[in-house]
Each structure stands twice: as structure tokens, then as C-alpha cells.
Design a binder for this molecule. Sequence first.
Ligand code: NAI
Length: 332
Amino acid sequence: MRIGFFSAKPYDKTSFISANAALEGLPKHELIFFEAALTAQTCGLADDIEAVCVFVNDQIDAHLLRCLAGRGVKVVALRCAGFNNVDLAAARALGISVVRVPAYSPYAVAEHTLALILTLNRHTHRAYNRVREGNFALNGLLGFDLNGKTVGIMGTGRIGAVFARIMHGFGCVLLACDQIENSECIQLGVRYVDQDTLLQQSDIISLHCPLTPQTHHVINASKIALMKRGVMLINTGRGALIDTGAVIAGLKSGHIGALGLDVYEQEEGLFFEDHSSDIIQDDVLERLLTFPNVLITAHQGFFTREAMTAIAETTLSNLSQIEQNLACPNAL
Ligand code: NAI
């Protein structure tokens, strides 16, 4: 199949070229890479493309889907798990298949969540700079033992369940809310509670649910008001799970004691790009970056060697199945 990759970075090329070369017993795909994001303007970059392969910040709305259908595109292949950026109803109406990679490495994101927690708690981001400048003082670096603290996990699917296992290893008390209770988590001792109880009782709250109309701004001013004073809030899910303005107010008042983000509501156009020589126009992001107790990474939770290999292999296998008219279990 002739596949156009949009928002393609050098690391995408590396992993997809090697996964394509390793396809066994199947026809190889023709891979064409574009740095540009997929938009109505860029969808005509290559002719005769049967599939487009896109990432988390390519907005696949109804208008773009109509443009793609008009050019004969049959498949949208998401090289990610989340699919909140695709108008699935419009795709279905146009006969365009949408496939994704539901699971590649839950460990990658769960482990990155832990990295955010440990860094914020022990202030290693600040200690690193201090020591390099010859400042060996400990003032302001006081942390707390994770052992015995209550961790609230919103969403115990693949990533939330691995995160629960990790935090269990630290001796934490685990609370969760999810409409589907995960038996592996229950065996671990995770206690399922309603959302408000989780918010009220947790020292650390970590978001692992998908972004849907129901979870949009699931953390807002009234939910923050329920949280313990000094709570640590971590979001590696999707930016819009959090009302960023309300979180900034919570940080300013001291109600939120630490914030770790791998995703940001307005990340599109910023994250995954080098803007180090630009004047950043997003005042909300810039305000967030002024807090010493806020740590932001640019959507790198998924970014491990193992995950990149699995994403490429699954995406190409999804497309091989569609090409051969086989049922694709990862079709949406
Ligand atoms: P999953 O589908 O295995 O689990 C999601 C869980 O959230 C499900 O158990 C579901 O029932 C639950 N859920 C849905 N609505 C909820 C609500 N209102 N409250 C509590 N739980 C709710 O998904 P997986 O693989 O664990 O991924 C979770 C999310 O992580 C993805 O949707 C994606 O947005 C994000 N993600 C972020 C990455 C990163 O690089 N930072 C990489 C991969 C995924």
C-alpha cells in the first residue's frame, strides 16, 4: 500500500523503514514521509496515496476527511492509541477506515508518569541546575516518602493498571475510579471509589482516562476544590482532561502543591517542534512554566525504543490487513 506519513519526524522514519523491511511473508508498503501536519492544504502533497498515517495533533475533521475521500484515500492510520482527534462518524459515512495502535507499551507512559512524580517530589529538576552552578544548599528541596501515601488513579485501563503496579511497589495506598473495574488492579489491592472520594483522599492524582466529551475538563475548579491542599496532580493522558486556567488558580493559591504534565490542552503546533528561538505566544503555557513546582514534558510519555518499534509494526500490520480485506482488530 502507498502510505503518506504526515507530521513525520526522523525517529518515525527510522522505526517505520525498519519495520517495513522486516515484514515477513507480506508485500512491503511504499512509505512517503512529510514533515507537514495533515491538513486540507497538505493532503494533496502526494498523489495516489491509499492511506495516510497521522499522529496525535493532526486534526482529522469532517472537512479534511472529505478532501481525503476526494483524493481516493481509503484509510487513516493513527500511529497512536488515542483517537479523540478523528471525526469517526464522518469517516464511517465516507467509507474511510480508521485504524490505531491501542497498545504498544503501557510501560512507557506509566514509567514516564513515575518520572514526573519522582522529579516533582524530590525536586531533581531544580537540584540538577543548582549543583551544576555550585549551589549545594538543600533549602526548598524537601520531599516526602511515597511509601504510605494515597495515589488516586483515574482510568485503570492498560496504562493505569501498569501505573498501579508500579506505585504498589512503592508501598502506596491505591484508589481508582473507572466504570470498568480491572481485576488485576483489584488483586493488587486497588480500591475502586467514586470520583469525588478519589479526589478528596488522594495525595497524588494521576489521569489515565481517554479524552471524550465526558472527560473534557474532568479536572476543573469545583473538582480541584475537593482535593487535599498540597495535592500533586499528574496528567499524561490528554491536555483537555484539565481546565488549565483552573489549575493555574489552584497553583497560585497553593491548593495544588505540584503539577506534572506530559500533555497540554493547546499543545498542537508547539509540542514536537523546536521553538527555542521563537517568541512563544501562549501566555497560559508561559505562566505554567514560571512555577517552580510545575514540570512539563512535551508529550514524550510514549517515546521509548520498544514503543516506537511496536507502533510501527502494528501500524503496518493494520494496513496490510486492510489491504488484504482481512478483519483488522484495531479498526475503530
Ligand atoms: P485504555 O483504553 O486501556 O484505558 C482507559 C481507561 O479509562 C478505561 O479503563 C476506561 O474505562 C477508563 N475511563 C474512561 N472514562 C473514564 C472516566 N470518566 N473516569 C475514569 N476512567 C475512565 O487506554 P490506555 O492505553 O490506558 O491509555 C489511556 C490514555 O492515555 C489514552 O486515551 C491516551 O489519551 C493517553 N496516552 C498518552 C500517551 C503519552 O505519550 N502521554 C501515550 C499513550 C496514551
